[in-house]
Design a protein around this ligand. Structure first.
Ligand code: NAD
Length: 546
């Protein structure tokens, strides 16, 4: 735990804290008081562009106690943030790519060095288990290193073949868009602030970011680390307030919008971006399937299914909410999956003991409870979990496995965004693929099989932006060189890889024509010119085919 915390600061659940099966030990009450030093909070909140004089109090889902007062931004503050960002961007665009990459490498090290402080803030604001909080600095270190190493590959001018070989020289430049607006959710507050922001900065842009209100501190420590690494402070502006109030002022001023959140909000953003003809990328919701084929390694699939379904208490865009299991192994798989789920230790401490933490809010608890209660009322069976655990934290809900879920139930096709997974049998491969592709989403899928060739063949038929074979989501998510994003209602555009940085640039083609004009030569009639060109095109097409 970092020095920033005072008070007991740990739930002391002890190794193997309470689980679904185990009773809660009242001696190890997680409602210990977690308090941040006021100077620490002030140092971070000082970065919010705010002249309103109003603050909003944020409470920790660990114990419901007040955590920090966050200054709020007005529309005028958003305008000021963009003004500052534009000034900073003009200077930043002149900084060499090598220097920008050097700063990114430094950020990589800072994030790893200060990981305890980052994880404390993430846990206090979100209530997730420490091992899930660790995924955030890990993901950002991977992202920083990838883009730092490949900066020239993505951003150097690219030579292209010209229309007249040897005489038309063409290069494509990558021009920064300008100021990018980023709007992020609460579930991975540190990662979401930076994983889309780093390539924007590397490409020569400035950023105005509006993080979710519940997780401002995790986003603000990201801003602090950017400055520590060497990015000019003014290049990264943070505003705070409700999305429905600040969203429009941001979109009205941005040169590009990067949004992560729900599909419903994504559609609002897309409409507003279209009105201004600015580009946007939308990373949205999912109802992600896993297929467990009959030749799967059952133990490995069961272990993967637990991580897939209950990481960050299921509040993860790529987490699994639907499992399709081959008839022949269904009973053995379910036995192992249920046993592993029931053995998870549940808790909220700032230590490494818990396998799963709490939901983040009363709203989340309400949605999760409503989905499970509705399913049970309509005939679904609960194989594990199925109830709230207020003895652990105000919004805690057990990891839950449902069987017998049918289309009339809310959780059949709607994203729960919680620790609830429905499990189904399948009889043949085509049926399994069709059911996995059912619905409107298309974010992430997974296939467990010992035959990896078969896994790849099936993957190509799954309508998801990322598909993992013998992993649930981590293999694609952590492979930063490969694009990540959603098909259908799960989004538009991609983060990571070259698409993840090129979205923040305008491609500009510059052609230099030498000697020959692109017109009839002196004295040549237009008709003769057309004949010469036609003959040349035919020859070139023939040569191209040979
Ligand atoms: P949300 O859409 O309610 O909020 C996300 C962000 O948008 C917040 O900062 C919020 O303040 C802002 N916002 C809300 N209304 C807005 C508006 N009208 N205009 C502009 N901004 C607005 O989503 P949420 O419930 O906080 O997050 C959970 C959702 O995010 C889930 O559906 C989840 O699947 C999705 N998500 C997707 C990814 C991904 O990479 N695909 C990652 C994380 C979360």
């Amino acid at each position: 735990m970092s020095e920033a915390l005072s008070g007991p600061g740990s739930s002391s659940e002890g190794p193997g804290g309470p689980s679904i099966d185990g009773p809660h030990d009242p001696e190890h009450d997680p409602r210990a008081s977690y308090a941040l030093e006021p100077e620490h909070v002030a140092r971070l909140t000082d970065r919010v562009v705010s002249t309103t004089g109003t603050t909003v109090q944020v409470f920790s889902p660990i114990n419901g106690a007040p955590l920090a007062n966050i200054p709020q931004s007005s529309e005028a503050d958003v305008a000021e943030a963009f003004r500052r960002a534009r000034v900073a961007q003009a200077a930043w665009a002149r900084v060499s790519i090598d220097e920008r990459a050097r700063i990114l490498h430094r950020l990589h090290d800072i994030v790893l060095d200060r990981q305890a402080e980052i994880m404390d803030l993430i846990q206090l604001e979100s209530g997730k288990a420490r091992k899930h909080a660790f995924d955030e600095p890990l993901h950002i270190a991977l992202t920083a290193r990838y883009y730092a190493r490949t900066a020239h590959e993505h951003l150097d001018p690219e030579r292209k073949a010209g229309v007249v070989p040897g005489l038309t020289k063409v290069e494509v430049n990558r021009v920064p868009k300008g100021v990018v607006g980023i709007i992020t959710p609460w579930n991975y507050p540190f990662t979401m602030a930076l994983c889309d922001g780093l390539p924007a900065l590397l490409a020569g842009n400035a950023v105005v970011i509006k993080p979710d209100a519940q997780t401002m501190l995790s986003a603000l420590i990201a801003a602090e680390m950017l400055e520590e690494a060497g990015f000019p402070r003014e290049l990264w502006q943070v505003v705070a307030g409700p999305g429905r109030v600040l969203g429009t002022p941001i979109i009205e001023r941005a040169d590009y919008i990067c949004f992560t959140g729900s599909t419903a909000t994504g559609k609002i953003i897309a409409r507003q971006a279209a009105e201004r003809l600015i580009g946007c990328s939308l990373e949205l919701g999912g109802k992600n399937p896993i297929l467990v084929l009959r030749d799967a390694d059952i133990e490995r699939a069961a272990e993967g299914a637990v991580r897939a379904s209950f990481s960050n208490a299921g509040q993860l865009c790529v987490s699994t909410e639907r499992m399709f299991v081959a008839d022949a192994i269904y009973d053995r798989f379910v036995e192992r999956f249920v046993a592993r789920t029931k053995a998870l230790s549940l808790g909220t401490g700032l230590n490494w003991d818990a396998d799963m933490g709490t939901l983040i809010s009363a709203d989340q608890l309400e949605t999760v409870s409503a989905h499970v209660d509705d399913a049970v009322a309509k005939g679904a069976r609960v194989l594990a979990g199925g109830k709230a655990r207020p003895d652990l934290a105000p919004y805690f809900y057990e990891p839950t496995i449902l069987e017998g879920v049918t289309p009339e139930m809310t959780c059949f096709g709607n994203e729960t965004f919680g620790p609830v997974v429905s499990i189904y049998r399948f009889h043949d491969e085509a049926d399994a693929i069709a059911r996995a592709n059912d619905g409107e989403y298309g974010l992430n899928g997974a296939i467990y099989t010992r035959d990896t060739e078969r896994g790849r063949r099936i993957a190509r038929q799954v309508k998801c932006g990322t598909v993992n074979v013998n992993e649930a989501f981590g293999a694609t998510f952590a492979s930063i060189g490969a694009p990540m994003g959603g098909m259908r209602e799960s989004g538009m555009g991609r983060r990571q890889g070259s698409e993840g940085i090129h979205r923040y640039t305008e491609s500009q083609s510059v052609a230099v024509q030498r000697l020959m004009r692109l017109a009839p030569m002196l004295g040549m009639s237009d008709e003769t010119y057309a004949k010469v060109m036609t003959a040349s095109l035919r020859v070139m097409n023939k040569l191209g085919r040979a």
